[in-house]
Design a protein around this ligand. Structure first.
Ligand SMILES: [Zn+2]
Length: 263
């Protein structure tokens, strides 16, 4: 169910029936020359909606704000000031909670959020909330072999064979296969002399054109198969979150002990 498509009465019923809201997180950024700016958001939201049809949950409207400072040098990128971004995310989670959801699943659609979202989850111990946050994994370990067997290329990352294939399955009208670069994009290693280093420019140092992989072998059929693995993973996770009583109990215990410190 998509939040923005429900009437108020149907929404209210959906909160009662499912108890779970899914917040998908993508960004607006360059995806090589052949995919639209909203690729991450479009794909992750579509996949969440398809999963929520199988294991009912309410999917929050497409959310386009995340960590994408490394694409600020390209037209069309939308970035938010770091401290405002965190405040915005907390505000969105609180608003989902205020509407009655006690469990919120975050599904990430953008590699550049891989540090932000776990940090956001960790902030849930800063202050007690009336809801619990769960972060879904993209694809379960037992499906990774199947994933690899569908693809022909070994190096993936951005606008690659996988992402382009899934985009072809989800919204073929937005994919420009004739603009796929003639050469694959492998990491340039601009900062490889600093072993183990993490910098704001780490991604840019490897992929200054915001392309990582080789989309020439992407097809709609591969995209359907890859998408199915993503959906299956999420369907299982939604069911597990619905059944979970442990995280809310641990949080209640934690904040109970913290309250004890103040006495
Ligand atoms: Zn992407």
């Amino acid at each position: 169910m998509q939040w923005e498509q429900l009437t108020w009465a149907d929404f209210d019923q959906a909160v009662t029936d499912t108890g779970v809201c899914i917040l998908t997180m993508g960004v607006i950024e360059k995806h090589s020359d052949h995919l639209p700016l909203g690729t991450d958001t479009l794909n992750v939201h579509k996949i969440a909606c398809m999963a929520a049809e199988q294991e009912p949950a309410v999917v929050f409207p497409p959310f386009y704000f995340g960590q994408i400072y490394e694409a600020r040098c390209f037209p069309g990128t939308i970035t938010i000031e770091p401290k405002l971004l965190l405040a915005l995310l907390e505000g969105v989670l609180d608003e989902i909670g205020r509407n009655g959801f006690r469990k919120i699943i975050i599904v990430n659609g953008h590699g550049g959020n891989r540090h932000l979202i776990p940090f956001l989850a960790q902030t849930m111990l800063w202050q007690e909330k009336p809801y619990s946050v769960y972060v879904a994994e993209r694809i379960s370990a037992d499906r990774q072999e199947a994933w690899a067997s569908i693809t022909e290329t070994d190096y993936h990352g951005h606008a690659c064979e996988c992402e382009t294939s899934v985009s072809l399955a989800n919204h073929p009208e937005l994919v420009h296969m004739e603009r796929v670069p003639d050469e694959p994009a492998l990491p340039l290693g601009g900062l490889s002399h600093l072993l183990g280093n993490m910098s704001g420019a780490s991604w840019y140092a490897n992929h200054p054109e915001h392309y990582a992989g080789d989309a020439r072998t992407a097809t709609e059929e591969k995209g359907r198969q890859l998408r199915e693995l993503l959906i299956e993973t999420l369907v299982e996770f939604i069911a597990a979150v619905k059944a979970d009583e442990t995280l809310p109990a641990l949080e209640a215990e934690f904040f109970g002990r913290e309250d004890g410190l103040a006495r």
